[in-house]
Write a protein that binds this ligand. Structure first.
Ligand SMILES: *Cc1c(COP(=O)(O)O)cnc(C)c1O
Length: 429
């Protein structure tokens, strides 16, 4: 194929390619990226942008990392892929061992999925198959909280926030689930039993139908960037135990240190029955996710009518993805990520705080390597996006939220450029 000019590329991109949550032809052009290294994206026209997004929570170690490149190159020379039916390989086995080591001690079984949404589908199917195999035909529904986000496939979508997820567009097709109010307690609030009232009453009323509760622990990500108290999670675990309901934790965004702990559930010291990992699992290199579960779940399913768990993707446990994932996790664990994330948190909290004085700002918050400026009204993407790019930073707001989620390797000077751009641009709105 001949090389394309930037204009030709932009034309095809705008006319023919769907981007996430986009229309066609696109309402505004995307920015062509030619390369990325460390915390910098280089655009096709040569401009450099400091990355404040980690490519949606994924690129923990920045881009083009020599150790991650080496892991993938060395695996590539052996094999890029083989089917996982009837075959296995060292990258999958080593990664499994690592994941079992870093997750709560009841979690011992791993299912590799190709994306976060698929990992959620798998988790939901595991919960449903568990109850079916327990000869309980009533437990077929899920309970979650509002403002959540769990992915875009149909079952995953059914547990996303019903309003922002526009459930009405798909009514009759997506399964109907139970929704409690979003946790009202902030991360550091002292516990008050009233915070769980709505959730508890749904459990009391419908527990015979509820197969599982599904939650993003501590941080609700794409559904609103909300941080809530670990006590809420502890109470959810107790209620699930009391009413015989499984607990699925969606750690796809919170996993691998983003909230200041290796996993979100470690803030609360609780153990889920089923857990999903994704996003930063490969350090942002390739798509890979995992659904992990306890022996209790796997043995019940395996002794049931089908005798097997009913799922098996073509690219399951892709060796390239597993190899880079092992390298990314080892790199993370051997780094001083806790102190890096802690200093990112305090810098975000301090440098974003001027936004608190702005009349059109609802709230400013920081937890781990996540900083959020919540506005009272939604932003206009067509005008705000070019402002960030002209400041030399890559920040992509959504709805009422301008947020930063930089790679953990970011230096204070670069982070300061990100926060300064957010404060200035928020101030101009
Ligand atoms: C991104 C995300 C998903 C979906 O993952 P995809 O890889 O985009 O399918 C699910 N749950 C949470 C919490 C996420 O942040």
């Amino acid at each position: 194929m001949t090389t394309l000019t930037i204009e030709q590329m932009l034309h095809i991109d705008r006319e023919n390619i769907w981007h996430p949550y986009s229309s066609l032809p696109a309402a505004y052009p995307a920015y062509p990226v030619a390369a990325a290294k460390g915390v910098r994206l280089t655009l096709a026209d040569g401009r450099e942008l400091i990355d404040g997004m980690s490519s949606w929570w994924c690129a923990l170690h920045g881009y083009n990392h020599p150790r991650l490149n080496a892991a993938i190159e060395s695996q590539l020379k052996k094999m890029s892929h083989v089917m996982f039916g009837g075959l296995t390989h060292e990258p999958a086995v080593k990664l499994t061992k690592l994941l079992i080591d870093i997750t709560p001690d009841n979690i011992t079984k791993v299912f590799f999925a190709d994306s976060g949404s698929v990992a959620i589908e798998v988790a939901i199917k595991m919960a449903l198959q568990y109850w079916y195999c327990s000869k309980n035909k009533q437990k077929t529904r899920l309970l979650t909280v509002r403002s959540g986000y769990h992915g875009d496939t149909l079952a995953a979508m059914s547990v996303c926030d019903p309003v922002t997820g526009m459930h009405h567009l798909f009514s009759g097709v997506t399964p109907e689930q139970f929704f409690a109010e979003a946790p009202a307690c902030r991360f550091a609030d002292t516990w008050n039993e009233s915070y769980i009232t709505d959730f508890k009453s749904l459990v009391e009323k419908h527990h015979k139908q509820i197969a599982a509760v599904i939650l993003e622990p501590i941080v609700q990500g794409a559904g609103g960037m909300r941080f809530y108290s670990p006590d809420y999670l502890r109470r959810v675990r107790q209620l699930c135990d009391q009413y015989d309901i499984l607990l699925i934790l969606d750690e796809i965004a919170t996993g691998f240190g983003r909230t200041g702990k290796l996993l979100g559930c470690y803030h609360a010291g609780i153990r889920p029955d089923i857990m999903c990992l994704g996003k930063s699992l490969t350090g942002g290199y390739m798509t890979l996710a995992a659904t992990l579960c306890s022996e209790k779940i796997s043995s019940r399913i395996s002794k049931g009518e089908a005798g097997v768990f009913m799922h098996g993707p073509t690219f399951m446990a892709n060796p390239l993805a597993c190899a880079v994932s092992i390298a990314s996790i080892e790199l993370l664990l051997s780094s001083c990520w806790q102190s890096r994330v802690a200093s990112i948190e305090s810098q975000l909290a301090e440098e974003l705080s001027p936004c608190k004085l702005m009349e059109h700002v609802e709230d400013v918050r920081a937890l781990g390597a996540i900083g959020v400026v919540e506005l009272k009204q939604g932003v206009d993407m067509a005008t705000i996006q070019p402002k960030f790019v002209s400041r030399g930073v890559w920040v992509r707001p959504f709805g009422k939220l301008i947020y930063l989620m930089p790679p953990f390797i970011i230096e204070p000077n670069d982070l300061r450029k990100l926060t300064a751009a957010v404060v200035d641009i928020a101030g101009e709105l």
